[in-house]
Design a protein around this ligand. Structure first.
Ligand SMILES: NC(=O)c1ccc[n+]([C@@H]2O[C@H](COP(=O)([O-])OP(=O)(O)OC[C@H]3O[C@@H](n4cnc5c(N)ncnc54)[C@H](OP(=O)(O)O)[C@@H]3O)[C@@H](O)[C@H]2O)c1
Length: 269
């Protein structure tokens, strides 16, 4: 039976084994999917050993997405743009790295939530691996403007410069956002894990604007509370993105795209 796993540290909390088991069952696919705790300095040797043992594929989560990219023998365009991989696909001689986070986010916004990106002013908060992974797929949807703002002001500049061939990304700082309005604000920071939000000026959300947190569970609460208090017309956490990025990975491994609605409903339940 083909074997898959999510590799991370910590990883015990991961919902990926449950999501992939549900996908496999819904499609009648026989496979094994587990969570493996791997320390950063073990990733390279572990991937070599897993290849020799015949594993079929992996998801990488914190802290392995960027280091994993360097360990792949080839990478998709999405992985190159993101500088990070979250999905490894077995090849005869090693691992092909892909990044399905951005595709998962865009699918959650467009297909699940009915949120338009085209022609909208979009702001991404944060400039870490997740932000870098979502900007190219967001650009591809034709926003009127795509801005990135971060606590460390240099990182948005770096992302905008690195991805210039793909389109115009406007690097900003949180402070400089004062007076601007956005139709869609995406929180791609990890601040919520410590109960915080980025320090933002007031009145950032345009009338009818939408706030989306890539985090879910308790980590999404501070930003979504802030967004409601600032008048967001709609808010959403990132649980749908998690399920959709998993569906994209499943499709790359198995050639079949699972239905996601029932799995998402079950996780929310
Ligand atoms: N739903 C999903 O499927 C999904 C997928 C991927 C990631 N995520 C979530 O997205 C979040 C970001 O992931 P990542 O991989 O990009 O993490 P990362 O590479 O560690 O980047 C963290 C980002 O958060 C910012 N930040 C952290 N604490 C902050 C604070 N107190 N105030 C303001 N900014 C703060 C950092 O700013 P500085 O650069 O200034 O330090 C940086 O931009 C994580 O919480 C992760 O769980 C969700």
């Amino acid at each position: 039976m083909d074997r898959y796993a999510v590799l991370g540290q910590p990883v015990a909390h991961s919902k990926s084994p449950r999501i992939h088991a549900a996908f496999a069952e819904s499609l009648g696919q026989k496979l094994l999917y587990e969570a493996c705790e791997i320390a950063p300095d073990e990733l390279g040797p572990s991937l070599s050993r897993f290849h020799a043992e015949g594993w079929a594929g992996f998801n990488l989560t914190v802290p392995h997405k960027q280091a994993g990219a360097a360990l792949c023998e080839s990478r998709s365009e999405a992985a190159e743009a993101a500088g990070a991989v979250n999905t490894l696909i077995r090849t005869a001689t090693g691992w092909h790295g892909d990044n399905t986070d951005g595709a998962g986010l865009v699918r959650d916004l467009l297909a699940n939530l009915g949120v338009a990106i085209k022609g909208k002013r979009v702001l991404v908060l944060g400039a870490g691996g997740a932000a870098r992974g979502i900007v190219a797929p967001l650009l591809a949807e034709g926003p009127a403007e795509l801005a990135i703002s971060n606590r460390n002001p240099w990182k948005p500049e770096e992302i905008a410069a690195a991805l210039k061939p793909l389109g115009n990304i406007v690097p900003r700082t949180h402070l400089s956002l004062k007076g601007d309005r956005y139709d869609l604000i995406l929180n791609a920071t990890s601040a919520g894990h410590s109960g915080a939000i980025p320090r933002l000026p007031p009145k950032l959300i345009a009338e009818g604007g939408i706030a989306y947190d890539l985090n879910y569970g308790q980590a999404a609460v501070p930003f979504l509370v802030w967004a409601k208090s600032e008048g967001a017309a709609r808010v959403s956490d990132g649980l749908g993105m998690l399920v959709e990025q998993a569906a994209e990975a499943f499709q790359r491994w198995r050639g079949l795209r699972p239905e996601t609605a029932a799995v998402l409903a079950s996780l929310r339940g």
